[in-house]
Design a protein. Structure first.
Length: 124
C-alpha cells in the first residue's frame, strides 16, 4: 500500500484500498484484490457506499481472482437505471467482461476509454 492509499476493508478473501480522490470533481478510486462472493459481497457494498461522495466512484477489478454472481451484481448494479449507477468499473478482466455479457449486465456507455492491448477493458 502506498502512502496515499488507505485500507478501506479487509477480510480473509479480499482487501479494498482507496486512494485520495483525484480529478475535477474529485472521484474516489478503489482497488479490489482477492475474491468477492456471497460471504462478503454485502460487506463490500457497505464499504464502497461509505466512501461515496459524488456521482460515482471508480473501482479497479483487475486484481480480483474470483467474483461470483452476487459480487458482480453488487458491482454492476443491474437493477439501478444506468444513469443512476454510482460504481464505474475499471480494469475489467476478460473473465469479468464475459460474465457481465452472459448476465446481460454489460453496459457499453459506462466504458471510458478504448480496450488496451492487454485485453482488459478499462471501465464498465
Amino acid at each position: 500500500m502506498s502512502v496515499q492509499e488507505r485500507l478501506l476493508y479487509q477480510d480473509r478473501q479480499l482487501t479494498i484500498t482507496t486512494a485520495a480522490p483525484t480529478g475535477l470533481p474529485p472521484v474516489p478510486a478503489v482497488a479490489l484484490v482477492g475474491e468477492i462472493d456471497a460471504t462478503n459481497s454485502r460487506a463490500v457494498a457497505g464499504a464502497l457506499e461509505s466512501i461515496r461522495q459524488g456521482t460515482y466512484i471508480v473501482v479497479d477489478t483487475g486484481k480480483l481472482t474470483f467474483v461470483d454472481v452476487s459480487g458482480l451484481r453488487m458491482l454492476a448494479m443491474p437493477t439501478v437505471p444506468p444513469s443512476e449507477r454510482w460504481i464505474r468499473l475499471y480494469n475489467v478482466t476478460p473473465y469479468q467482461r464475459r460474465l457481465l455479457r452472459m448476465m446481460g449486465w454489460f453496459y457499453q456507455p459506462r466504458i471510458h476509454a478504448p480496450t488496451p492491448q492487454g485485453g482488459r477493458h478499462p471501465a464498465v
